[in-house]
Design a protein around this ligand. Structure first.
Ligand code: 173
Length: 322
């Protein structure tokens, strides 16, 4: 009897060992979002994850952990860097605490498909690998210019006397327009508007309804500037640990996700109409004024980039520009 126990225990261990070897072929990646779960970015991503998991059985799975309730938006980048999570849906402005270059991605003026062709994507990854311990996987949002939304009317590009909510995306430009700026994550914008802590905020053309900001917004200033960058990133060691089959599967699905970026042009049209219907008035800088406004946005941002990281900014600029 005594001999049988270890023998059967050994059998169990061997069986368990085989089970492990079999399941080791499937890896599950933990993903967080720096953006709200009910917001357009996560809502756009969820069907993709569903398909990813359905087609990736036995190979690779994504476990969506959650949004800002699971992780503070400005911490998601560090969580990827340190491997606390495997993947994040975030934007560079939220992880300048990992590397200042993260915020430069707003300055791309060409589609991500072209960034993959012209070497921009590889140039980004070289920096993301080295400085962020991060693999830049895919850009999920394109064609979403940023705008100034405010409750104080202006008749020229001057925000003197206005308190505007920002992230690093807008800081240099809005300060150049004489605004007083206050950095907050998106989750604090509604309350800041409600309490009059801010007069307005920066945000892309789409998504202001997701957190009900239309209730506290009188004007949108046109034209927009830059291009909102929302991307999937991954902890570099976790990426390197994938088998070839897993990495190929991931890559295939990332390109599928990017191919769906045609969505954003129509979304822009719809959101502009929805804002008008909600009573948000447009303040439009036309002609030369509008042109100068946009040009200033890029000039100020590239000058800031050159100051923060001269070599990288110089490498990125020709690859990002039209
Ligand atoms: O305004 C923001 O919070 C911001 O920086 C951003 C970046 C990309 C998409 C949406 C918002």
């Amino acid at each position: 009897m005594n001999m049988r126990i270890p023998r059967s225990a050994a059998a169990v261990l061997v069986a368990a060992g085989f089970a492990c070897a079999a399941s080791a072929q499937e890896t599950t990646l933990r993903l967080v979002s720096a953006f709200a779960e009910n917001g357009i970015y996560v809502q756009h991503m969820l069907p993709w994850i569903q398909k990813f998991n359905a087609e990736g059985k036995g190979v690779l799975q994504i476990n969506f952990i959650g949004g800002p309730k699971a992780i503070p938006p400005f911490e998601a980048g560090n969580a990827v860097k340190t491997g606390v999570v495997d993947m994040a849906l975030s934007t560079g402005a939220f992880y300048t605490n990992v590397m200042p270059e993260a915020d430069f991605l707003k300055l791309t003026e060409i589609p991500v498909a072209e960034q993959r062709r012209n070497g921009a994507f590889d140039a980004i990854n070289k920096v993301w690998n080295e400085k962020g311990n991060t693999q830049y996987l895919a850009r999920m949002v394109e064609n979403q210019p940023f705008h100034i939304y405010t409750n104080k009317k202006v008749d020229k590009p001057d925000l003197t006397g206005q308190k505007i909510r920002i992230t690093p995306v807008y800081r240099d430009f809005f300060q150049a327009l004489n605004a007083n700026v206050i950095t907050t994550p998106p989750g604090e914008v509604y309350t800041a508007l409600e309490r009059g802590v801010v007069d307005g905020y920066g945000w892309p053309i789409g998504g202001i309804f997701d957190l009900n900001w239309q209730e506290k917004t009188k004007y949108r200033i046109d034209p927009g500037f830059y291009d909102a960058e929302v991307s999937l990133t991954m902890n570099l060691p976790a990426y390197k640990k994938l088998s070839d089959a897993q990495r190929n599967y991931l890559q295939k699905q990332l390109l599928v996700l990017e191919a769906q970026n045609t969505f954003w042009a129509q979304y822009t049209t719809d959101e502009i109409a929805r804002q008008a219907k909600a009573g948000i008035e447009t303040i439009k800088f036309d002609g030369a004024t509008g042109k100068a406004f946009r040009a200033k946005a890029y000039e100020v941002a590239w000058a800031s980039a050159m100051k923060q990281s001269p070599e990288v900014a110089a490498r990125f600029k020709p690859l990002f520009s039209k």
